[in-house]
Design a protein around this ligand. Sequence first.
Ligand code: AMP
Length: 401
Amino acid sequence: MKTIKDLGELTGKRVLVRADFNVPLDGTTITDDGRIRAALPTINALREAGAKVILMAHLGRPKGKVVPELSLAPVAKRLGELIDANVALAKDTYGEDAQAKVAAMNSGDAVMLENVRFNPEETSKDAAERSAYAKKIAQLADAFVSDGFGVVHRAQGSNCAIAEFLPSAAGLLVEKEVNALSKATQNPERPLTVVLGGSKVSDKLGVIENLLDKADRLVIGGGMVFTFLKAQGCEVGTSLLEEDMIDTVRKYIETAKNNNVEIVLPTDIVVNAAFPAADAVIAPETVSADAIPADKMGLDIGPESQKLFHDKIVDSKTVVWNGPMGVFEVAQFADGTRAVAQGLVDASKNGAFSIVGGGDSASAVRNLGFDENGFSHISTGGGASLEFLEGKELPGLKVLD
Ligand code: AMP
């Protein structure tokens, strides 16, 4: 994979940077600027090298139309604060305003183009349309740096097609993500423990399949665990269950046994009468995993399982975690996720290499108040890190070879 060094002398060069600025917004207020901060090393390195930094990103799903609420204006403002410089926002991605703003740049300046998804070609299914769009944006610049790890699993105009037209390289964030995920999956220090949670087994099939002959141990929690418990003959009450996955999961359990991969399931479950609605009274109770009452819903792993999971994680040299252990958004069902996060922190203290997959697990870690430095790596890309763990070739990385 080419890196920024491969682009040579950058003084005065116009460098297009595809970043992942898809931040959560409350109106025009950014509620978590983690993704903007994650792009700072690349942006600062390019500015220090004297480049003119032209940023491209998407926000939300405007579906090819201009949606004023999804303007990158709040992102440009926040980035300006973080780098202590004015970051002008162009009204478009390749039109007159973008051209004028780029023409006015000096070395070390940063300019942001408006939401790349305001144009339908960005995410078109037709590769020729994506290329035509990327070509127009490419005319603004001399080089392309791909730093939006959260989008490298998608073949789109601004992160893939653009590499056809410009010398291209991975930014520091993409480089760091790829190095961390490779370290965990290619020749990891053992034992390698993979912790999976989140709502659905069907979202994680590829990961489970790919890791069934690589991991030493799979620890399963979250909504997906009930399909595992059911496959082992337990009743799961009204908990999340994917009936059509039971046979598949049974086969996984069999394969794991044959491959000497330990599968760790919870032994106790925190249940409630229903999914926790904002105004409902919550009365959680803990039951044995093989005795979930017919009218109860499992919403977290219980205290015994929290200890079990924590200990299994601490007894690892490499840990990869993706997906919460319960409905962590509600305080009463966050302890399982907290125990796993603590397990990764404690494993890291013992010298293990720990990775938090992106998306919900990364935001859980932050919301539960963990220090990000307690983990070896927190991925910024949920979907991208999952597809990496599935062993898939990611189109946004392939173009950087
Ligand atoms: P995912 O998007 O697949 O990573 O799943 C994350 C979501 O799974 C979070 O919003 C959790 O609240 C939810 N979740 C975790 N455990 C459970 C559970 N036992 N029942 C229902 N939802 C769950």
